[in-house]
Design a protein around this ligand. Structure first.
Ligand SMILES: *Cc1c(COP(=O)(O)O)cnc(C)c1O
Length: 358
């Protein structure tokens, strides 16, 4: 009889066994500033209208496999250019997975500048693709020459560019991004998860580049619990990717809720504008603290480095003060990332941080 660990080791691919499962910490009782969520909930009358919309859903029936109504609403809301199509996913994470599943083959490469969103590398690994990272340059700008060199050498099937980038918060130079799109033999996915806060997009460029796809999500704008990601681009690409999508990847409740949420865009946009104003206040307060390096952000979070203490110590001290941020130390020495919360939450965080740095 083979022991269970040996059976597992024999069957599960070594690259999967080498991974650590994506860790989500328990935030019970904490001020939650770790996951780029929108801190604002909906007023009672909006909640009631949403529940009324959800009441109409027939849970005994399968959802619309093409999510046609949501797609039509999204087409307008996202200003998708004519001739371009949409593919919807259970969060943009699922869209990254769908893209990789469609492109994977022995030796196919996923390329991204790093540090960046960790799911690009994780999903490349899950799907048996090779992940190539190119370090970002000073202040986290794209390293133009290094990217072009890597693109020529690796001929990636797909390049992921988070715009703005997570966890650094900056927008890459548009001209450099366009040069890369021209240079890449495969696809370029511009991941605009933080579009609500950056207000800068490649959506209008879809018609200019036939190897460009633009990805959005409702998560960072207040609907993280819903799980709805959007991929926009040429039907020739999306029709192929659609074959890999599981037929009912978006449940009826998600579809009905998303349709409803899209009728509340003025409220969601106002929340995003409020978060942008609070981001600037928080940035100024952090920049005024001795012993920190703070990077400007076009997203709903701020990256900073502690110069006089260890990030691990500061992270633990913040936790004792009931504030949860993201400790980036494992991949970015002495760095932490804080999500912009409500003003009182941001103030509690700044006070706790000052205490932690004493
Ligand atoms: C948060 C995030 C996502 C994930 O979005 P979901 O739609 O919630 O899966 C995608 N890309 C980037 C860069 C992110 O930071």
């Amino acid at each position: 009889m083979t022991a269970l660990p040996d059976k597992v080791a024999r069957l599960v691919r070594p690259e999967i066994r080498a991974l650590k499962a994506y860790h989500v910490p328990d935030a019970t009782g904490l001020i939650k500033l770790d996951a780029m969520e929108n801190p604002y909930t909906w007023p009672e009358e909006v909640r009631s209208a949403w529940l009324e919309a959800v009441r109409q859903v027939s849970l005994n029936r399968y959802p619309d496999p093409g999510a046609r109504k949501v797609k039509e609403s999204l087409r307008t809301a996202l200003e998708v250019p004519p001739g371009q199509d949409l593919l919807l996913g259970n969060g943009s994470d699922e869209l990254i997975q769908i893209i990789c599943l469609a492109l994977t083959r022995p030796s196919a490469v996923v390329l991204a500048p790093t540090p960046t969103f960790v799911m690009y590398e994780m999903i490349a690994t899950f799907t048996g693709m090779k992940f190539i990272s190119v370090p970002l340059a000073k202040d986290y700008a794209l390293d133009d020459a290094a990217m072009l060199e890597a693109i020529e050498r690796e001929e990636p099937a797909v390049v992921f560019l988070a715009y703005p980038n997570n966890p650094t918060g900056n927008l890459f130079d548009r001209a450099v991004v366009e040069r890369l799109i021209r240079a890449v033999p495969g696809l370029v996915v511009v991941d605009e998860a933080y579009h609500a806060f950056a207000q800068d997009s490649f959506m209008a460029q879809l018609s200019e580049f036939d190897n460009l796809l633009v990805m959005r999500t409702l998560s960072k704008q207040g609907l993280a619990g819903l799980r709805l990601g959007v991929l926009a681009g040429a039907p020739a690409w999306l029709n192929e990717f659609d074959k890999v999508r599981l037929p009912y990847n978006l449940g009826s409740l998600t579809q009905a809720s998303a349709e409803f949420a899209l009728t509340q865009r003025a409220m969601l946009d106002e929340q995003a504008a409020q978060i942008c104003r609070d981001r600037e206040t928080l940035y100024q307060e952090l920049a005024a603290i001795d012993g920190l390096t703070v990077w400007p952000s076009r997203a709903n979070f701020i990256l900073f480095r502690v110069e006089t203490k260890s990030a691990d110590q500061v992270f633990q001290a913040l936790l004792r003060a009931k504030v949860l941020v993201k400790n980036m130390n494992a991949t970015m020495p002495e760095c932490l990332r804080v999500t912009v919360g409500m003003p009182a939450e941001n103030a509690a965080f700044v006070a706790a941080l000052r205490g932690a740095l004493k």
